[in-house]
Every structure is written in C-alpha cells, then in structure tokens.
Design a protein around this ligand. Structure first.
Ligand SMILES: Nc1ncnc2c1ncn2[C@@H]1O[C@H](COP(=O)(O)OP(=O)(O)OP(=O)(O)O)[C@@H](O)[C@H]1O
Length: 262
C-alpha cells in the first residue's frame, strides 16, 4: 500500500493550498496543486494569458468553488477568516448608490459595528490614505484613481488577515500607480496583512512582491517561486535598482520559457 505524500506547510505559512483540482468544461486547469503562501508578505501571481491567475485567487478567496482540495488560513477555514478583496474593475466594484464614505463603511455596518466605531475606522483609513477629496461624493463624481483608492479602503476596513487584489493597477495612470504602490506597502508594513496580487504586467508583478508566483501554461502548475528581497519602502527609484532589474529579467526568462513550452 502506498501512502499519499504529505505536504507539510513551510514555516511562516499563512495560506495552505492542498490537493486543489479545478476543471472548466472537462478541461483541467489545476490538478493536485499544493502551495504555501507566506504570512505577512506580498505575493504576486504572474503567468501566461489564461493560465488561471484570477481563478486561483478567486478559489482561495472563496469566490469560485474548487472541484476538490482544501484551502486553510493559519489552519482556519475561510469562514473563520477575515478577508478583503479588491475587484479587477473598480468602475463596477463600488455601490453607485452609496457615497464613498458609505462604500467604505459598508462591510463594517454589515458586521453590526457600532456607529461611532465605524466613523472612527473610516476616519483612520482616510488619514492612512491621505484622502484630500470629499468622501461624501458618489463614485461617478470621483476619478478612476480615487475610486480605486475607495475600493482598497473598503477592502481594508474590517482589518483583513488576507487581502486579495485582482489587477489593481491595470486601469490606473502612472501617477496613481505610484500612489497606490506606496499606500499598499505602507498598509502592509503597518498591519502585517498577507497580500495576494494578480497581475498581467511584469513590472507591477515584481515591484511590490516579496515573492513572485510564476505559473505554467494550462494545465497549470507552479513554474517557479521567485523571491524579491529589495528593502521597503520601495519608491519609484526602486525601478532602476539593479536587483529589481535582475529579478524582472529572471521572471521574464521563466515566462518566455513557459510561453515556448507545449
Ligand atoms: N467560468 C468559466 N467557464 C469556462 N472557462 C473558464 C471560466 N473561467 C475561466 N475559464 C477559463 O479558465 C482559464 C483561466 O482563466 P483565468 O481568468 O483564471 O486566467 P488568467 O490567467 O487570470 O487570465 P488573463 O491572463 O487572461 O487575465 C482560461 O482559459 C479561461 O478561459
């Protein structure tokens, strides 16, 4: 009798993914995926088009069911874990009938938090994000960057243990990208939240990451996990740092290898 391999989590693991399977229309996407995501770190998911970056994140976040497998957060189930999610398209992510303040407060009000505590938390987030616009304004009155900032504040409001961000920079101009990069790093440093970011842009994927999770083509597995240890905070000048350039080049080489395979 053979004993199945036991995948013990690496030290400092937050999220453990074990024996994960997912198919769409009979076509396998993931087959027995085993993965550990480190606690209090930023992990970027990067890989070829359609390899399943968003699907992986959405399965971990519980937005898409797995066919088989287990995902645990510090040994707890998703239901026992506070998570935050920033959706890919900020234009559709905010409740249009609520002003920015109410959007941010929404997850707190739903949890039954007392009014004074809700106000204190929204004010704390407004200070953290150095908000200069009027939070009484409605989403349609805000710029794209302001809307995305509100989305991130809403996701952070309940103090999540894990934060999921699907393409958070894809619709932002460069100035706003720099601002959001700064803020995400500040928040991460201040709170120790574990972050998982899906990106289809190589530079974005590398810049914020402690680890870049590189996926193969479909059926998808882990091609490589690339560490990126440049000290924080990483400002715009980090983009010309030799270590950033080296990690980006390595990531690109693995990506090209995966594109050529199969
Ligand atoms: N609901 C669905 N039904 C059928 N196929 C799906 C569904 N969702 C995703 N897929 C397929 O699964 C694969 C992975 O999709 P996913 O969006 O996760 O990939 P991705 O790596 O995030 O893609 P992209 O780089 O295009 O953003 C794709 O081939 C996609 O067509």
């Amino acid at each position: 009798m053979t004993t199945p391999a036991i995948h013990y989590p690496a030290p400092d693991t937050h999220v453990t993914i074990r024996g994960l399977y997912k198919s769409f229309a009979g076509q396998p996407l993931y087959q027995d995926l085993n993965l550990d995501l480190p606690k209090g770190k930023i992990v970027s998911i990067f890989g070829p088009n359609g390899c399943g970056k968003s699907t992986l994140m959405n399965m971990v976040a519980g937005l898409i069911p797995v066919d088989k497998g287990q995902v645990l957060f510090d040994g707890k189930t998703l239901a026992e874990t506070t998570i935050g999610y920033v959706f890919q398209n900020y234009r559709d992510a905010l409740f249009p009938w609520m002003n920015a303040w109410k959007n941010i407060a929404y997850p707190l009000i739903r949890r039954g938090m007392a009014k004074a505590d809700v106000t204190a938390r929204v004010e704390e987030l407004a200070r953290m994000f150095d908000i200069r616009f009027d939070l009484q304004r409605y989403p349609y009155e805000l710029s794209g960057g302001q809307q995305q900032t509100v989305c991130i504040m809403r996701a952070l409001a309940p103090k999540p243990e894990v934060m999921f961000l699907d393409e958070p920079f894809s619709a932002l101009d460069f100035e706003m990208t720099l601002f959001i990069r700064d803020k995400l790093q500040e928040v991460q440093q201040a709170t120790g939240v574990t972050m998982l970011i899906v990106s289809h842009d190589l530079e974005d994927a590398v810049f914020l990451a402690d680890e870049i999770l590189l996926l193969t083509r479909r059926p998808t597995s882990v091609a490589e996990i690339v560490p990126f240890n440049l000290p924080r905070p990483r400002g715009a000048e980090a983009m010309s740092d030799p270590e950033f350039i080296r990690v980006k080049a390595h990531t690109l080489a693995v990506f090209k290898r995966e594109m050529a395979a199969g």
